[in-house]
Write a protein that binds this ligand. Structure first.
Ligand code: SER
Length: 316
């Protein structure tokens, strides 16, 4: 990967992935694209940023040509909670956007496409604990439907056209840079924001709702490490389980209380509870470990220390 396009580059992961790739490969070699939300100064001042409508294949083709792109990280997506409010938009962005990228990549013979999947690919029929990599995929959210379809579509382009498409099923990602947004796992971000600012948080899922989670530095490493893994080592392509730890909101609250004894969490579950309940408690990422050396660095406590320190600086 030499010249990279990151779609969805003002989003939670995209905004940090662009900066990480610019640090590693040079600012001018990483183009970020956005749709509605305007990019931060950090993004616009460090390298190229372009507005794009990912559902418009000509837009995608024009930028790939203009910037001589060889690799695409497709981070543009409508997440699970917003996706349940706007299912048709979720399909349009996540699927039509992705097939446009695949088509441009195929026609212009790009080196690689990375398209993250999610624990949302699983559903209530999937084994709940230590969910295997290869298992039942019957999601009950439109976001999950697009993630399963995306995994299968990516594998199709690999087998049918030899296009190197890869992806990992990300768990809930915790990070400090962008405010919590449209995902179900965003309570795990909001709890830290509220702890630092107000010492209290009302959580929209129940206290014992356990989900697989990961801190952003590990998330970025997982994406870049998978992108760089030798193709011949891979048995899977677009559907690697990756995880770091599994915890409930009550356990996150306990870990925050270790630093802020006056922190208080209360629980008022809303429609996102059903989404969280349809996802596994923990997932087995041994395929990622075996095929490309996946090995996360952060556990809950180490993440809590870093989140609180960083957010304290942000809101100082
Ligand atoms: N974080 C995502 C969501 O909650 C899951 O991939 O929608």
């Amino acid at each position: 990967m030499k010249r990279i396009l990151v779609t969805g580059s003002v989003g939670q992961i995209g905004s940090e992935l662009v900066m990480e790739l610019r640090n590693r490969l040079g600012n001018d070699n990483v183009l970020g694209t956005f749709h509605r939300t305007l990019p931060t100064e950090e993004l616009t001042e460090s390298g190229p940023m372009e507005k794009i409508r990912i559902q418009d294949v000509d837009d995608v083709a024009r930028l790939v040509e203009e910037y001589d792109i060889d690799t695409v990280f497709n981070m543009a997506a409508i997440l699970s909670a917003v996706g349940e409010q706007k299912p048709q938009l979720c399909w349009d962005v996540n699927m039509n956007g992705f097939i446009n990228i695949l088509e441009v990549a195929r026609e212009k013979e790009l080196r690689q496409v990375i398209n993250p999947s999610s624990i949302a690919a699983f559903g209530p029929e999937t084994p709940l604990q230590n969910t295997p990599n290869d298992t039942i995929l019957k999601p009950k959210t439109m976001y999950g439907v697009t993630k399963v379809a995306g995994e299968i579509l990516g594998d199709y382009y690999f087998h049918r056209y030899g296009l190197d498409v890869r992806g990992m099923r990300l768990p809930g990602i915790v990070s400090w840079k962008t405010p919590p947004g449209g995902g179900t796992t965003d309570y795990s971000v909001a709890i830290y924001y509220e702890a630092v600012q107000h010492r209290r948080y009302t959580c929209f899922v129940k206290e014992d709702t356990r989900l697989p989670l990961m801190y952003m530095p590990d998330c970025l490493n997982s994406m870049i490490d998978l992108a760089q893994a030798p193709l011949e080592d891979l048995i899977h392509h677009c559907d690697f389980n990756v995880t770091a730890f599994s915890n409930s909101p009550a356990e996150i609250a306990e870990s925050i209380k270790g630093h802020y004894p006056d922190f208080e969490a209360t629980y008022e579950p809303d429609f996102r509870q059903a989404i969280a309940d349809s996802w596994p408690d923990s997932i087995d990422d041994s395929a990622a470990r075996a095929e490309w050396g996946w090995d996360p660095e952060y556990n809950l406590e180490k993440m809590t220390v870093d989140m609180l320190e960083t957010l304290e600086r942000k809101f100082a």
